[in-house]
Design a protein. Structure first.
Ligand code: PHE
Length: 458
């Protein structure tokens, strides 16, 4: 494929929605609430927002610049912009990280499909809170069901990827994202009007800084990178399809705003509901799958049809939000194989789907029959989550900031920010400062703190 016949996104709104589609996903609606719950609520959210602004935004703009400038897959992008140096490994590391995330992310995405079926068949109504917990635990530890759904989800992703960038990725995002937003608003309304919802709202709004420790900092930083799809080349790949007149800083701010809003809305759906039905906010990854059916049950117990309809819609949209994210993860690896190894798109996609299905099945089994097989006390599923979200993505972000801040020619940065001089740029100095100092130092400090290096000096 030559540079000129490379695919492109067609419209400005398509660009924002596709990037936001990558960012908004299970990270916001499933992972953000349980990380917030595990780390004590409002204080975590404040630190999270700080991480998005100080670390996430500069790295996102850097990924946009690198992608659009090189018009290449992630591995190719770093190679092209730094010929003959070892920076090419940053791109390759990104492809690997994407693989690992897609593997375990598809497992949770597969759960949403099972819940769609359960909602549609009415089996999510008429149960007690304990019943929902038992249903969820029974399902994830079943040896074949969740693994099967994982593979089904990967097939859905595969189908969109094979259709290509504009017809597949852009079109699906344009429909799915607005729909998701409307449904989130409706559900927030339902959740905050439940009895005792106030306690959940307080949990989200009243910070208790005494709970902040190094794991909270690492959790918030990792969540910011995960949720914004940063540190692995997803947005770099998407930016390689941006138009020449796309305003990079503005697009980054829009994507970060949409992503953060969706995460906070998800918090306002989950916590008032969890407190209302007496489910502990720190119940981890199962939080969403146990609390939500309960909300519908409690809110519309006397109208079972409405409860069924809303839970069906919710899990459907959750699946669709996850789909726009798995598409972006898949695209990174597919276009890498296409461009670096000259494979045709369908063949490249088949390879990626097959390998990821294998990783996904292993991750899925690790929650049931394979739960005794642990490494550092973590199941394969948890290990992948920890390794990617808390180490590889922030680590990738650190390298990207260093690359853009210290290595990349300043002329390239200026040209990309100003669209070759056609825009006035006010953010140039601020961005450079962020990339050179704030992001690298911030990320390194959180890492050092997590590995207890500061304790040696206390
Ligand atoms: N940002 C996505 C989410 O919030 C997950 C993701 C991470 C997608 C990294 C791509 C790359 O669900």
């Amino acid at each position: 494929m030559t540079k000129n016949d490379r695919a492109n996104f067609g419209s400005k709104i398509g660009i924002i929605l596709a990037s936001a589609g990558s960012a908004v996903g299970l990270g916001n609606i499933w992972r953000f609430p349980f990380e917030t719950g595990n780390h004590g609520g409002a204080a975590f959210i404040l630190i999270y927002i700080l991480c998005v602004i100080a670390l996430g935004l500069p790295v996102m703009i850097a990924e946009f610049m690198i992608g659009r400038r090189s018009r290449s897959n992630t591995a190719g992008a770093y190679r092209i912009l730094s010929t003959g140096t070892q920076w090419k490994w940053v791109g390759r590391l990104g492809v690997l990280t994407g693989f690992l995330i897609l593997g375990y992310y598809s497992v949770v995405a597969g759960w949403t499909l099972q819940y769609i079926v359960q909602a549609a068949t009415g089996s999510l109504t008429g149960q007690s809170a304990e019943g929902f917990i038992a249903t969820f635990n029974g399902f994830v530890s079943n040896p074949w069901k969740p693994a099967l759904w994982t593979v089904v989800f990967l097939f859905l992703t595969h189908f969109v990827i094979v259709r290509g960038v504009e017809k597949g990725i852009e079109r699906s995002s344009k429909v799915l994202m607005p729909l998701l937003f409307i449904l989130l608003l409706v559900l927030t309304g339902c959740s905050i009007s439940l009895p005792n919802a106030g306690e959940g709202i307080r949990f989200l709004l009243q910070p208790d800084f005494s709970k902040v420790d190094s794991s909270v900092l690492l959790g918030a930083m990792g969540q910011a990178f995960f949720s914004l799809s940063l540190g692995m080349g997803c947005l770099c790949t998407y930016a390689s399809y941006f138009r020449d007149d796309t305003k990079l800083p503005r697009t980054a701010v829009n994507v970060a705003l949409i992503d953060t809003m969706v995460a906070i809305l998800a918090g306002f759906i989950i916590f008032p509901a969890a407190f209302s039905v007496g489910i502990s906010p720190d119940s981890g990854p199962s939080l969403l799958f146990i609390t939500l059916p309960n909300v519908f049950q409690q809110a519309f117990g006397s109208l079972p049809l409405l409860a069924t309809l809303l839970s069906f819609l919710f899990y459907l949209l959750l699946a669709l939000a996850a789909l726009t994210s798995t598409i972006s993860l898949h695209e990174v690896a597919t276009v890498y194989l296409c461009e670096e190894f000259h494979l045709a798109r369908p063949k490249a996609a088949r390879w990626i789907t097959t390998v990821c299905a294998f990783i996904g099945i292993c991750c899925s089994l690790s929650l049931g029959v394979g739960s005794n097989l642990t490494l550092f006390g973590l199941t394969l599923f948890d290990l992948f989550d920890f390794l990617t979200a808390k180490i590889m993505l922030p680590g990738g972000g650190l390298l990207i900031a260093l690359f853009a801040g210290w290595y990349l020619d300043k002329k390239i940065i200026w040209e990309e920010l100003s669209n070759k001089g056609t825009l006035t740029v006010r953010t140039y100095r601020l961005l450079l400062f962020g990339l050179k100092y704030v992001a690298p130092i911030g990320i390194s400090l959180v890492f050092l703190d997590q590995f207890n290096v500061f304790a040696l000096f206390r």
